[in-house]
Design a protein around this ligand. Structure first.
Ligand SMILES: [Zn+2]
Length: 115
């Protein structure tokens, strides 16, 4: 099968993301600041667009993913939503939320207690 348009799109997207990760880690401060100002709003916009598709309803179910048979019975936010939530809300100082971390527990308690 020839390389599809979609796989080419996917490849360029991942290359772009890899470039961002590399620059964020290794570029000098001035470049990093410019990068953040230029790219952060775009990343947030992209993430919001994705989350709009996967926002849990009042029962915690994803209106997009619940139409698939395998996830129909899951009474929790979908993996896409949880992955975004965990990636964004767990800081590097706290790789795992602990019981002693009251601030974190308060912020994430609604998700943890739902399961
Ligand atoms: Zn979903």
């Amino acid at each position: 099968m020839p390389t599809s348009v979609f796989s080419q799109l996917d490849k360029s997207l991942h290359e772009h993301l890899s470039d961002l990760m590399r620059l964020a880690a290794k570029a000098d401060d001035r470049t990093a600041i410019s990068l953040a100002r230029a790219e952060l709003p775009r990343m947030v916009t992209a993430l919001k667009a994705l989350l709009d598709e996967h926002t849990p309803d009042e029962n915690g179910r994803c209106p997009t993913c619940r139409t698939r048979r395998f996830s129909r019975r899951l009474p929790s936010p979908c993996r896409a939503y949880l992955a975004a939530h965990l990636c964004l809300t767990i800081t590097r100082d706290e790789p795992r939320a602990t019981r002693s971390d009251q601030a974190s527990s308060r912020r994430h308690g609604h998700l943890r207690s739902a399961g």
